[in-house]
Design a protein. Structure first.
Length: 95
């Protein structure tokens, strides 16, 4: 498997997990129990991973010769809680 595909897969999984952690644990801690510290930490990590995911998607579109439609779908998957897992299964070459 191409090292860039493997790297993008790792970033994709980390980005999805950070988003789920942010939505499922950090935000309830902040808004229900008034503990905002975790949102600051997880939010920053998620932001960095999100930017890496977008840059990786653009790079993967060139490496894998994706159409603009597929690139848009993969990028839109980044704003859905389980979207990067779908993009990984649907558009990246299997291991």
């Amino acid at each position: 498997m191409n090292i860039s595909v493997k790297g993008f897969r790792i970033i994709s999984i980390l980005e999805a997990m950070s988003f789920l952690l942010l939505l499922g644990i950090a935000m309830p801690l902040k808004y229900i129990w008034d503990v905002p510290e975790m949102v600051q930490i997880v939010g920053m990590a998620h932001g960095v991973l999100f930017l890496l995911y977008i840059a990786g998607a653009v790079y993967m579109s060139q490496v894998l010769n994706w159409s603009v439609k597929i690139l848009v779908i993969v990028v839109l998957c980044s704003i859905l809680p389980f979207g990067p897992f779908y993009a990984d299964q649907k558009y990246l070459p299997k291991k």
